[in-house]
Every structure is written in structure tokens, then in C-alpha cells.
Design a protein around this ligand. Structure first.
Ligand SMILES: [Zn+2]
Ligand SMILES: [Zn+2]
Length: 259
């Protein structure tokens, strides 16, 4: 495997150490852990609508568990957090994390104007579906431009519940990729997304290649068995797009390695 990093992983159903052990077994060399801020005691109150996944940990306990896992496993573990970008709540969300040092912060859109779209049910129809996508792209661009994050995750995640891609889908992706490149923010090649709707991800990566946008690889694993679950697919998608560099971070400073 030439992709040796994985910068989107959760621990709330398992432990940091179990995830790191799995990373080693799968041939990774650098492992980023990025629990949801809504899974921390400090972040939970402002994001109480987020579905709870496993245990909620005090922020410092989460940090210590991740740092300890790296030491115990003699593994290059990077400490991160998956942070919601949510207009109207961002100040409070950012206040919960800003007193701590992080290797990387992932920005995520999980809600479009109070609609938690992952749980959206039923057929919303083309008109509303396309409008939702356009608003989603607007929020992704705001997240990229906010200065809060090193990477913006799963930029086509809306595809889980909204199949109504707008006719301007590729233009929207290119605009997002261009703004990300301008802000030196990476966009994420996400494991769940690649395994679920590879076509939309391929279009995202094509846009990133066109705009010279940095790419982060993240499984979005919630269990040890899911670590690097889509890395072989990542590799073929990146090669097809002629992308040879992967972005990683330490103390929020970007690094890049070649594949
Ligand atoms: Zn997410
Ligand atoms: Zn995640």
C-alpha cells in the first residue's frame, strides 16, 4: 500500500488503542484520530441534536486516550477532532476546542439550515433536492473559508439521502475545490463515501485535480475493522486523476507525501 495515512477515525465505540493496532495491521504509518466534537462533554451541549455514537468523553480524557495510544503502540498518531460547521453556533463550537493543541481539525457539514440530512427520509423531489445541494455547497465553501479547519470532510456526503444532483454539480465541485486550494485547505477523500457512491467521489477528485486542491485520505472508521477500508479504492481514484500527493498535518502545519 502506498497510501500510509488515514486522517479520519472515531473511537467512541471502541478505543484509540484498538484503532491504532488495526492501523498497524493494515500497513499504515501515520494515523489521525478525529472524534466528533459532539462526542465530547464540552461540545455536546451546543450540538445536542447530533446522534450520539458510543461514549461521550471529557475533552481532556479524549486527548489523553489518543496521545497514550500513540505512546503505547509506538505509532505516529495525530490528534484531531471532527468539528461541525454550523452558522449561528460556530462561536460556541469553536470555544469548546480552542484551549487545546491539535494536530488537525476537520470541518464537517452535517446539517443544512437545521436539517440533519443524514437522517432525512422519503423522497424530497428534484426541485427541493437540487436546492438543498446548492445550499450544501454554499456551506462547504463557508467552512473552507472560515479559517477554522485544515480539511473539510466528506464533501459529497449529501448523496446518502439526496440523489438529486444539480446540473451544475461539476461546476459546484470545481468552485469548492478552487476556494479550498486558495485557502490551503484540503478536501477529503472519504472511505464511507467511496464505498457508497463512488461516482460522486470521482467527480469530486476530478475537480480537485483540476484546481490543484490538497487531498486528505480518511476512512471515517468507527470500528477497527473499518480502518483503511477503502484505501485500495482511494489509490485507484487518485491514480486515475493523476494526483500524487497526500496532505497530512502535525500541530496544524501541513505536510505532504508522495504516492
Ligand atoms: Zn462526518
Ligand atoms: Zn466522521
Amino acid at each position: 500500500m502506498t497510501i500510509i495515512s488515514d486522517f479520519h477515525n472515531h473511537i467512541s465505540y471502541t478505543s484509540a488503542q484498538a484503532m491504532v493496532e488495526s492501523a498497524r495491521q493494515r500497513g499504515l504509518r501515520i494515523f489521525g484520530i478525529s472524534e466528533h466534537i459532539s462526542q465530547t462533554l464540552e461540545g455536546r451541549p451546543v450540538l445536542a441534536h447530533m446522534p450520539q455514537e458510543g461514549v461521550i468523553l471529557p475533552m481532556e480524557e479524549y486527548r489523553q486516550q489518543v496521545l497514550y495510544a500513540g505512546q503505547a503502540e509506538h505509532f505516529d498518531v495525530r490528534l484531531g477532532l471532527e468539528v461541525d460547521f454550523y452558522p449561528g453556533k460556530n462561536e460556541e463550537i469553536q470555544a469548546a476546542l480552542r484551549d487545546y493543541a491539535w494536530d488537525f481539525l476537520i470541518g464537517s457539514i452535517h446539517d443544512v439550515d437545521a436539517l440533519h440530512f443524514d437522517r432525512m427520509e422519503g423522497d424530497i423531489g428534484r426541485e427541493q433536492g437540487e436546492a438543498l445541494w446548492l445550499r450544501y455547497f454554499e456551506l462547504l465553501r463557508e467552512a473552507v473559508n472560515s479559517g477554522f479547519f485544515q480539511v473539510v470532510s466528506h464533501p459529497v456526503r449529501m448523496r446518502t439521502t439526496n440523489p438529486y444532483l444539480p446540473p451544475t454539480f461539476d461546476e459546484e465541485l470545481e468552485r469548492l475545490a478552487a476556494e479550498a486550494a486558495h485557502c490551503n485547505v484540503a478536501l477529503e477523500l472519504n472511505g464511507f463515501d467511496v464505498l457508497t457512491y463512488p461516482d460522486a467521489v470521482q467527480r469530486l477528485i476530478r475537480a480537485c485535480a483540476l484546481q490543484g486542491t490538497a487531498i486528505s485520505c480518511g476512512s471515517d472508521a468507527h470500528y477497527p475493522a473499518e480502518v483503511a477500508q477503502a484505501h485500495a479504492k482511494f489509490e485507484s481514484i487518485l491514480r486515475e486523476a493523476n494526483i500524487r500527493g497526500i496532505r497530512i498535518w502535525k500541530r496544524q502545519q501541513p505536510e505532504e507525501y508522495a504516492i
